[in-house]
Design a protein around this ligand. Structure first.
Ligand code: LLP
Length: 463
């Protein structure tokens, strides 16, 4: 998770008698460009603007809570990733972070490929016109129906996650009279330094086939014997919200070792490796993410070096960033409702959303930042916990943060870096209506995923 420490700083320490937290040394009106999307700024009146539009206008037009996605930032990040990796590598955006038809079109326009992990994501990608050959299909338990759909559509690759799936995909492809390009997902035995629930390359979990005990080598052996599939490479995804490149380097090294073993045993040089996604972003000012060009260089250096020493041709590399592309491009806008100061503890600030639009704080103990955005304020900072409106005490959006002490009901506050895994993991808990996603670009704002309505909820309820 985010590595952020508690806000620290020498000023205003006397405001918090228990001494657990000291108020931030920085001005609360400052918007740290690390956590806010690129076109976010404060206007002369102190209100936040994104894409040139003031938040109060956005709130009036689209309501709250709502996610505002900075389209030009999204596109710039796509280009930064594809420029960093260059023409000899492929960038697959991981749709699980956030997917909609508009996003699929932007990806196409910016030259990216797409990783989908369910029939629903595949349907969205195809519906929005993503060429099937630019789609990779993932998942640890793809249904036969999903596999059929993917093979029929002609997806560029299916990433095989188990021995059973090797056979399932081969059978489906054979039945449909095609040869499906596949990769095998291996678990390389790396302990990624992130939250347990989003680490995926240690051995005791559900994804992939372990390199240990020769299992992955056996999977390759089987895949090479089946007519319905063409094994094009090896895939490894070690986890998410990772800052340290060491895990990726170990992963790359072990995947290349497997390629060398495959060459030695079968005389086949698999042409591709995929090193997954998982690059961390800044949720608070304490986080220091790597830039795409640093990541690309680190990965391609290690793969090239390892291949040279194994006497292998360097395979084509692909990566699957989700969070690192969309995460920083959006913020969630909330209206402040009830404000409840708890003497000697903290002030609970309730907003009109909560765990239904951002489950990450409850699920992973994720840390977020928050700012008053409808105006600036010079009031003293107060220690707050931003909570939602759900019937659950774990309904926390931002666990520990500072907001100005003159905060009042009706103010707008925003939580940055909510582009990834917030709308895509949103729920209807307490029959909450999932918020819209509004794309903002060059002074124009348009809904790309509309707000759910009570009719939407009731339409599913057919009893
Ligand atoms: N490729 C594969 C095979 C994956 O499983 C994932 C994420 C990605 C790429 C993209 O990872 P990213 O670059 O976005 O970190 N819900 C969690 C994250 C789960 C990630 C699952 N797989 C969260 O909110 O942190």
């Amino acid at each position: 998770m985010s590595r952020s420490a508690h806000p620290a700083g020498p000023r205003h320490a006397d405001v918090y008698p228990e001494g657990h937290y000291t108020a931030p040394a920085t001005d609360l009106n400052e918007l740290d460009p690390k956590v806010w999307s690129r076109t976010v700024t404060r206007d002369a009146d102190g209100a936040l603007t994104v894409g040139g539009i003031e938040v109060a206008r956005l709130a009036d037009e689209f309501g709250t809570p709502a996610y505002f996605l900075d389209e030009s930032d999204f596109r710039a990040r796509c280009r930064a990733w594809s420029d960093a990796f260059g023409p000899d590598a492929d960038v697959f955006y991981a749709g699980k972070a956030f997917l909609s038809r508009a996003v699929v079109r932007w990806l196409q326009e910016e030259g990216l490929n797409l990783d989908v992990c369910s029939g629903g994501e595949l349907a969205t990608a195809l519906d929005a016109g993503m060429p099937a050959e630019r789609i990779a299909f993932h998942g640890n338990n793809k249904t036969v129906a999903e596999i059929e759909r993917a093979v029929e559509a002609g997806v560029g690759r299916i990433v095989l996650d188990s021995f059973q799936e090797i056979v399932r995909v081969a059978h489906v492809a054979q039945r449909l009279g095609v040869r499906q390009r596949v990769q095998i997902r291996v678990t390389v035995g790396v302990e990624a330094h992130t939250h347990e629930f989003i680490a995926t390359a240690h051995e005791d979990q559900k994804f992939g086939i372990a390199l240990a005990d020769g299992l992955a080598a056996e999977a390759v052996r089987r895949a090479l014997t089946l007519d319905g599939i063409e094994l094009i490479g090896i895939h490894s995804h070690i986890g998410s919200q990772i800052f340290d490149m060491a895990g990726f380097e170990v992963s790359a090294r072990r995947v290349v070792q497997l390629l060398a073993e495959v060459r030695d045993e079968h005389g086949v040089e698999l042409p591709e490796i995929d090193l997954g996604g998982g690059l961390g972003i800044a949720y608070t000012s304490e986080d220091d993410p790597r830039e795409p060009h640093e990541i690309a260089k680190a990965l391609s250096d290690i793969v090239t070096r390892e291949c040279e020493s194994a006497g292998l041709r360097t395979p084509r590399i692909s990566v699957e960033p989700g969070r690192a592309i969309v995460g920083p491009t959006a913020f969630t806008l909330y209206e402040v409702g009830t404000i409840k100061p708890l003497e000697g503890l903290r002030t609970y600030v309730s907003v009109d959303g909560g765990m239904s639009d951002n489950i990450r704080t409850a699920l992973y103990d994720a840390e977020y930042s928050v700012a008053l955005v409808s105006r600036s304020s010079d009031a003293e900072p107060m220690l707050v916990r931003v909570v939602g409106k759900h019937c659950e005490s774990g309904d926390i959006v931002v666990k520990d943060a500072f907001l100005p002490s003159d905060l009042a009901p009706g103010d707008l506050i925003a939580v940055p870096a909510t582009g990834a895994y917030c709308r895509s993991m949103a729920s209807n808990y307490n029959h909450a209506l999932r918020p819209p996603v509004v794309a903002v670009r060059d002074g124009e704002a348009r809904v790309i995923v509309r707000r759910e309505t009570e009719e939407d909820l009731l339409r599913l309820d057919v009893g």
